[in-house]
Design a protein around this ligand. Structure first.
Ligand code: AMP
Ligand code: GLY
Length: 424
């Protein structure tokens, strides 16, 4: 079958890499893709948010499966766009409906959903600009640090954690004044949860589900989790503290009630569900839902899926997930992200990348911000390459990724040398 993957990051390269291995795959297209995806499929210059253009491409190239990588097209309703047209009734779509995507698209929606379903999450309240005084009063009832979240999608930048009441009040004013545009006109204020984070990924057809391996990502730019937030500087899977007992609690207290809650509301959800969790003294709480795979978590999780992913997607899209089981690699995968100097602030692009002549067999290189040019492959984003390696444990997997990290060269190359530091 012909398959189209939407997106251009390391997550999409990992998905495309996996899909390309399937004997069921004929043509694989990635829109818009990067230099890495062009090694496993064909890149097409389409904007994932331009549904009519995607529609034209699907018709012209006889696409039978559409895999949506990033959240924006999902929140914008790409599932509904195609599902509402009879001629696309045979198209397998991997991703939730617009309503389902609200779990990520609106923090207020997600919090209300969790509250109604009794899913453990931080105590919270939602306020609009007209309720500024009540919002401040609520802040006074909480203790430091203070967590403020813009309601809508803010490209991962809409969450503020403030140490003092003064800073929190100032930030609240700024948000209501439009610091995050429309996304921040409604603000969720919530209780701070102290613990260690990890993410669990679920494949669901809205009724049955399969739990993919969990992962932990490293969001801060600096070693020891310091400095500015990034899209993610590395990831490991599995996560040692996410033991059988913890994962049992996740399934019982979070996954099942989430699926039940979707079913009850007749929300169509056929895609990935990402649970951002806080482990508070051994008990899982939801920090956030995302309606896609994480990046760079996907670069650690997808390589651990030890079976053809295309039949999984087919079963998912047709509501038959309960007929399949997952096979997961026992080995650990550790991902180290190489980024452009200056990221997550401003950084130069177009730096030539020198790759080692061969890669070790236990390492897979996923491209994030890269581009093909006449002069070879050059940097084209903040996050440039994700190096994922298998190992018998986290230390071995990390050592293998770091060896390759040293061998790849481009001007301004930076990476964190302490991925996994808090798990030892
Ligand atoms: P979110 O976009 O909701 O995942 O928030 C981004 C990051 O902020 C999370 O990955 C957490 O590290 C942190 N965070 C969000 N909410 C809380 C909370 N209630 N308590 C502690 N940390 C939080
Ligand atoms: N790595 C975090 C995310 O994909 O949202």
């Amino acid at each position: 079958m012909n398959i189209l993957v939407l997106g251009s990051g390391g997550r999409e390269h990992a998905l495309a890499w996996k899909i390309a291995q399937s004997p069921l795959t004929d043509m694989l297209y990635i829109a818009p893709g990067n230099a890495g995806t062009s090694q496993v499929g064909q890149n097409v210059p389409l904007d994932p948010g331009d549904f009519p253009a995607i529609e034209g491409f699907i018709l012209e190239h006889d696409i039978q499966m559409l895999v949506v990588g990033p959240e924006d097209p999902l929140v914008k309703g790409i599932y509904d766009y195609f599902r509402s047209q009879y001629r696309f009734s045979g198209l397998f779509i991997i991703g939730p409906s617009r309503e389902g995507a609200q779990l990520e698209g609106s923090k207020a929606f997600a919090k209300t959903f969790m509250q109604e379903e009794g899913i453990p999450t931080a105590q919270y309240r939602t306020f609009s600009a007209a309720e500024k005084e009540e919002a401040k009063k609520f802040l006074h009832e909480l203790s430091a640090p203070y967590v403020l979240k813009a309601d809508g999608l803010a490209a991962g930048k809409g969450v503020l954690i403030l140490d003092t009441l003064e800073e929190a009040e100032r930030s609240l004013d700024e948000m209501f004044k439009g610091k995050f545009g429309e996304a921040g006109k409604k603000v969720v204020i919530e209780e701070y949860m102290k613990g260690i984070e990890c993410s669990v990924f679920v494949l669901t057809d809205g009724s049955s589900y399969l739990v993919l391996p969990e992962a932990k990502d490293y969001k801060r730019i600096g070693e020891g989790d310091t400095g500015l937030n990034t899209g993610g500087m590395g990831a490991v899977s599995p996560v040692p503290f996410a033991d059988v007992e913890f994962l049992r609690k996740v399934e019982e207290r979070i996954i099942r009630p989430t699926i039940e809650g979707l079913k009850k509301r007749k929300i169509i959800y056929r895609g990935f569900l990402y649970l951002g969790l806080m482990n508070v003294d051994g008990d899982p709480y939801v920090v956030e839902y995302n309606v896609r795979l994480g990046d760079p978590e996907a670069e650690a999780v997808i390589p651990r899926v030890d079976q053809d992913i295309v039949p999984l997607f087919q079963a998912l899209a047709t509501g038959n997930l309960d007929t399949l089981e997952l096979r997961i690699h026992k080995e650990t995968v550790a991902t180290v992200m190489l980024v452009s100097g200056g990221y997550p602030g401003s950084y130069p692009k177009g730096k030539k990348i020198i790759f080692p002549a061969t890669l070790p067999e236990h390492t897979v290189l996923f491209h994030a911000g890269t581009k093909n040019t006449d002069d070879g492959i050059v940097t084209a984003g903040g996050r440039v390459l994700a190096i994922s390696s298998y190992g018998k444990d986290m230390q071995e997997a990390l050592a293998r990724s770091y060896e390759v990290a040293e061998q790849i060269e481009f001007e301004g190359k930076y990476y964190r040398k302490d991925i996994g530091f808090d798990l030892l």
